[in-house]
Write a protein that binds this ligand. Structure first.
Ligand code: PBG
Length: 326
């Protein structure tokens, strides 16, 4: 049967008809809000390329998380900006590191009502800005694994519910799982940044946390953005190494990867709507070129429709202002 008996417009006639035929819903609990905590900051520091978004001093993190919870968002992911960096990124696993302190404060205040995820990487902590240990001008895989393991354990010890390794070193999920299990943190989950592409959309984030590589680029460890089969292989390997949740990053230019991963794996799937994606929408909206609320909603619905169960997004904090736009 087709036209004239079939009329696709019938179910689009009213708002209520459209609502009851929605195929995809977005809920605040689908979102994870990133928080950048800056050891040197005295006040929230605006990030030039991320309008409306700030690096926060430690004493503002609890307040920020409270506002996030009030929006119905139950989860945050923490990134640290340490006051001192070194070659090895040793602040990343210090018991009194900025992220470890932030985790303890959040857990003390909110207990189990807030899911605290911590980013596990070295780039914010190293003077060279790479995600791993550098020797002879090269990023050393296996040496880095030992450090990442220590970082993850220090976060678990501080109370993180979930650690999120993002360095794209081979074997990082396995080593972290083993490290956590050996130290009594077998309940700490791993959100693996499995399919993390070497993307230009991380620019604003790198400006924000001062993690731009001082030489070369990240292409020897992050994925080539031309490759989807390779991305699925990364995810398969991480699952085998013990990942509880898999992630695709960035999101908007990688919806095909999200879609394929959803069909292939039976674990929750996350997508990271990254800083450059935030910056694009904000910039166009600020120029009056697109409608801010609707374009945010439409973008995040698209990521969800592609198959993401969870979306890490800088838009999460004011979700009530744009959710359920008709
Ligand atoms: C690396 C890391 C990056 C992001 C989070 N953790 C990217 C990178 O510099 O390679 C990007 C997040 C964003 O752009 O929003 N540890």
């Amino acid at each position: 049967m087709s036209f004239p008996s079939v009329r696709m417009r019938r179910l689009r006639t009213t708002i209520a008809l459209r609502e009851i035929t929605n195929e995809v819903e977005l809920n605040p609990t689908d979102l994870v809000y990133p928080i950048f905590v800056d050891e040197s900051a005295k006040n929230p520091l605006p990030i030039r390329s991320m309008p409306g978004y700030y690096r926060l001093p430690l004493n503002q993190v609890v307040k920020e998380a409270r506002q996030t919870l009030e929006q119905g968002v139950k989860s945050i992911i923490l990134f640290g900006v340490p006051s001192k960096k070194d070659e090895l990124g040793s602040e990343a696993f210090s018991e009194n590191g900025i992220v470890q302190r932030a985790i303890r404060n959040l857990k003390k205040e909110f207990g189990d009502t807030l899911v605290v995820i911590s980013d596990v990487c070295l780039c914010e902590y190293t003077t060279h800005g790479h995600c791993g240990i550098v020797k002879d001008g090269k990023i050393q895989n296996d040496l880095t694994l030992k450090v990442l393991q220590k970082v993850a354990i220090s976060h678990a010890k501080a109370g993180a519910d979930m650690v999120a390794p993002s360095a794209m070193m081979d074997g990082q999920v396995r080593l972290i799982r083993e490290g956590l299990d050996d130290t009594g943190y077998e309940q700490t989950a791993i959100l693996a940044y499995s399919a993390k592409f070497a993307s230009s959309f991380y620019g604003p984030f790198r400006e924000a946390v001062e993690s731009t590589p001082q030489f070369g680029n990240r292409k020897t460890y992050q994925l080539n953005y031309r490759n989807s089969r390779e991305a699925l292989r990364e995810m398969e390997l991480d699952l085998d190494e013990g990942a509880d949740i898999l992630m695709v990053k960035p999101a908007i230019a990688y919806l095909d990867i999200i879609h394929a991963a959803k069909a292939k794996f039976n674990v929750p799937l996350a997508a990271y709507n990254v800083s450059g994606e935030y910056a694009m929408l904000k910039a166009a909206a600020q120029n009056g070129w697109i409608d801010e609320r609707v374009s945010i909603y439409e973008t995040l619905i698209g990521i969800k429709r592609a198959g993401a169960d969870l979306i890490i997004t800088y838009f999460a904090k004011d979700v009530k202002s744009w959710l359920n736009t008709t």
